[in-house]
Write a protein that binds this ligand. Structure first.
Ligand code: BG6
Length: 489
């Protein structure tokens, strides 16, 4: 994508969990791309911090491999790679005992420079790291701390985590990442809504029939046995990514793109979500778990076989959500997400109401509701489905076609990964695309009653064959209302 790259002020970027999976797959490749795009000013440094003892040169070798494994060969430029690796150093730290923090202090000698402490570690270490940073006077006015989800597993634990970090850092210094907000198309949703006059007059319950948000994955459990089985799809995907998408669709226009202006509006949506109580849960929610089936052309195991033990954890969720405010009353938001589904696709479908009266006879065929389909991944783009006359002779027959705005066709170049944007926003101190404390907690306030209802009624996770679109109950959830899931492929 061609855009002007503005260099950021020099910074020290400290990755706790520097030799971990996130650092390897996302952070180091993202930082390399920013180097390649000349976005760093001198002297920017990147410091890996983990428990393993290693020399700087070993960490550089780790980073070099991470980049060759996760960056396409055509983007690897030897000169830029060398410059990037030269910025790297390593400190062995023990987050529990605090060993190594004194060393770290020596590595970040200049207290005026921006400091980013990126916590790519288990949440159980957030408190210890944050306290040791404070104790060693590493937290300066220009420091920021970045935390990854999961931020808690319910409201209470989220508050406890927020308190712990909040003791050592001000809210303006805390960056809670939801990487969906860094995706190009997710930001495009804001552009679509607020840079065009076309949609806003229609963006309400008078004109919109319902909204669908699908985040479907083909992957299974991967290597995340301990984390995922304790979380499940509701906590892993709905509490954060899905609700953030819902907020962007449903929020009022913020006064500006300033962080709190945007976050205030998202918070209002979260607070207006109608609680799903115990009686409603079986009707408004579906839990599923994948069984053996096929994915990517080959056979795959079921969740329980992959896990190696019995489990009732859901790998699929569908929910009929409602927003109790003037704009959205009566407009259902159908959410669904799952692992080992038929294809990897994330999209938002806005379906408009039917026309009030057809002037065409039956021979013209059915008139479908207009749909706006915002495809987040893959094949990012926006399609506006409209009805037209089927071209040619033979009388008036109607046909649905998409006005197709595919980003790949419209823009040249590489689409940056979400982490690239988010990391640079952290350095700039721009919190617009990060979750504020009250947002995270408001999301849990909506999730917790669903989780409790499931536990109280022992609502089962219904089996679905890997490679399908989830349990049949998910189809029934929407078809009961006379609607169907948009066919994604
Ligand atoms: C993560 C979840 O937050 O998002 C994973 O923990 C999920 O379970 C991932 O696979 C999906 O992200 P993306 O960017 O691949 O859609």
């Amino acid at each position: 994508m061609t855009s002007q790259i503005i260099p950021v002020d020099p910074f020290d970027f400290i990755i706790f969990g520097g030799t971990g999976d996130l650092s390897e797959r996302k952070l180091l490749p993202a930082l390399y791309h920013r180097q390649r795009d000349h976005q760093f000013s001198e002297p920017t440094r990147i410091i890996g911090a983990s428990r393993t003892k290693m020399e700087d040169k070993e960490f550089r070798a780790f980073a070099k491999k991470a980049i060759s494994d996760h960056v396409k060969p055509e983007y690897i430029e030897e000169a830029e790679l060398k410059k990037f690796l030269d910025r790297l150093s390593y400190v062995a730290i023990d987050a529990k005992s605090g060993d190594g923090f004194a060393e770290l202090k020596k590595s970040v000698a200049d207290s005026k420079r921006i400091r980013v402490f990126y916590l790519a570690v288990a949440p159980s270490l957030f408190g210890d790291i944050s306290d040791h940073l404070k104790e060693h006077k590493l937290v300066t006015a220009d420091s920021r701390i970045v935390v990854e989800k999961p931020i808690g597993r319910d409201l209470e634990s989220a508050k406890a985590l927020n308190d712990i970090i909040g003791d050592d850092f001000g809210e303006h210094q805390i960056f809670r990442i939801d990487h969906y907000l860094g995706k190009e198309t997710v930001q495009n949703l804001m552009a679509l809504r607020f840079a065009n006059a076309l949609y806003e007059p229609l963006w309400n319950s008078a004109n919109i029939d319902h909204v669908q948000i699908t985040v479907a994955e083909t992957v299974g459990l991967e290597d995340r046995v301990t984390y995922y089985d304790k979380a499940g799809a509701l906590r892993d995907m709905v509490q954060n990514h899905m609700l953030q998408l819902l907020c962007l669709v449903a929020m009022e226009a913020p006064a500006s793109m300033e962080a709190n202006a945007v976050r205030d509006e998202k918070l209002k949506v979260l607070n207006a979500l109608k609680r799903v109580n115990g009686n409603e849960a079986p009707k408004h929610t579906v839990r599923g778990q994948y069984r053996a089936g096929a994915s990517a052309g080959g056979p795959v195991k079921g969740y329980i076989e992959e896990l190696g033990s019995e489990s009732t954890t859901e790998t699929f969720v569908a929910i009929k959500a409602e927003i109790a405010n003037w704009r959205w009353a009566g407009v259902p938001f159908y959410l669904r997400t799952g692992k080992r589904l038929a294809s990897r696709v994330s999209e938002i479908v806005i379906e408009f109401k039917p026309i009030p009266h057809s002037i065409f006879g039956e021979s013209a065929g059915p008139i479908f509701n207009n749909q706006l389909v915002i495809r987040l991944q893959p094949d990012e783009g926006v399609k506006q489905f409209i009805m037209i006359k089927d071209p040619g002779p033979g009388g008036m027959r109607l046909r649905q076609i998409p006005l197709d705005m595919s980003f790949a066709q419209s823009f040249d170049g590489r689409a940056p990964d979400a982490y690239e944007r988010l990391i640079m926003d952290v350095v700039r101190g721009n919190q617009t695309l990060f979750m504020r404390r009250d947002e995270v907690e408001a999301a849990w306030k909506w999730i917790d009653p669903i989780q409790h209802a499931w536990e109280a009624s022992r609502q089962e996770a219904q089996g679905y064959t890997a490679g399908t679109w989830g349990p049949s109950a998910s189809i029934a959830l929407i078809e009961r209302d006379g609607r169907t899931w948009h066919e994604s492929n």
